[in-house]
Design a protein around this ligand. Structure first.
Ligand code: ZN
Length: 89
């Protein structure tokens, strides 16, 4: 199970603090993640990534990753985006 979205199965190990950002290649810095979350997070730290996801959600243009993370991730301090739909009438 991916530690970030807690929806998809993990298919790789992600460095919580990327090696390129000074993170250690140690067990405490490695977490199982899914490809969509790993790709979205990229070389960001979790704190930076959460900021990006929160901004996407606040703008109402969140990616599926952001929407999933907003609903399930303990890393994300905000709720899921509110989807506005045009009235049917
Ligand atoms: Zn994930």
């Amino acid at each position: 199970m991916c530690v970030y979205c807690r929806i998809r199965p993990a298919d790789h190990l992600d460095h919580i603090v990327p090696i390129s950002r000074g993170g250690a290649n140690a067990l405490a810095n490695i977490a199982p993640a899914c490809t969509p979350c790993g790709t979205s997070k990229g070389a960001l730290t979790v704190a930076e990534w959460v900021t990006v996801l929160a901004a996407e959600i606040a703008a109402g243009c969140g990616s599926p990753v952001a929407a999933a993370a907003g609903q399930t991730s303990p890393y994300l301090p905000v709720g899921p985006a509110t989807v506005r739909r045009p009235r049917d009438t």
